[in-house]
Design a protein around this ligand. Structure first.
Ligand SMILES: C[S@@+](CC[C@H](N)C(=O)[O-])C[C@H]1O[C@@H](n2cnc3c(N)ncnc32)[C@H](O)[C@@H]1O
Length: 222
């Protein structure tokens, strides 16, 4: 199965031999791609979604690739369908606040979840702050270009870590690499904040102040 660069990179960050749950699998392209990987084996692959439509599509795709015995499908919201034999949770292509909500709803499961791989569409630093606050550290952080856009993918493992404001904002490991994509990604982030600031009507003073602070922070870093 051919998949896009973003999903490929999400897959790369999942450890060999992991028992993983893909929350919000949609078409299950990631799970099919990994089930077909000849170089890496996974103990268990569970693909889930909270909507019947995507899950039916996933089932068709899995059947078509004859992978019924390699990928288990579960219908349910977030971690409602989590079982303790799963050590890795993967969520990609969702908003960051939705992701935080998914973990907050089932904090008890964090005891057995060793690894988390996320690609949030937004609120990345809030996601990092939350997961660090409940006992994870960032072990990998990647920017990947797919079509016009650059995406952030973050890997967390159980552990203790302390990051400062700047590290939470830009990503501690992304700051260390500070490659070409870093520039491209944060130039876009800067522009979008400048546009929002311009469009905000009178009032919204707290929002404006926050945007101005972030704009200055990005300008200083670029
Ligand atoms: C944009 S798709 C992303 C699909 C795939 N993970 C990717 O990265 O390309 C988001 C999927 O997440 C599902 N979803 C959204 N909120 C969810 C939740 N709380 N629990 C499970 N699935 C959810 C949606 O139904 C949708 O299929």
């Amino acid at each position: 199965m051919l998949i896009n660069n973003r999903l490929k990179e999400v897959g790369r960050l999942i450890d060999e031999n992991a028992s993983f749950l893909d929350v919000g699998c949609d078409h299950a392209f990631l799970d099919i791609y990994l089930a077909q990987d000849r170089k890496r084996q996974f103990k268990k692959i569970v693909a889930s979604d909270n909507k019947k439509g995507p899950l039916e599509q996933a089932q068709n795709n899995i059947n078509q690739h004859k992978l019924k015995n390699k990928i288990e499908l579960r219908l349910g919201n977030g971690l409602d369908i989590y079982t303790e034999d799963i050590d890795t949770v993967v969520i990609s292509g969702m908003g960051g606040r939705n992701m935080i909500g998914i973990f907050k709803n089932h904090q008890d499961y964090l005891k057995t979840i060793q690894t988390i791989v996320l690609s949030p569409n937004n609120y990345q630093s809030d996601v990092k702050k939350y997961l660090v606050s409940v006992g994870y550290e960032i072990t990998d952080e990647v920017l990947i270009k797919d079509g016009k856009y650059v995406y952030q993918i973050i890997k967390f493992k159980k552990g203790k870590a302390k990051y400062n404001k700047r590290e939470y904002f830009f990503g501690p490991l992304l700051l260390q690499k500070k490659d070409k994509l870093f520039r491209e990604y944060y130039t876009r982030e800067l522009k979008s904040r400048e546009i929002i600031l311009e469009l905000l009507p009178k009032g919204f003073n707290y929002r404006k102040l926050k945007l101005k602070k972030e704009i200055n922070l990005i300008k200083k870093e670029l």
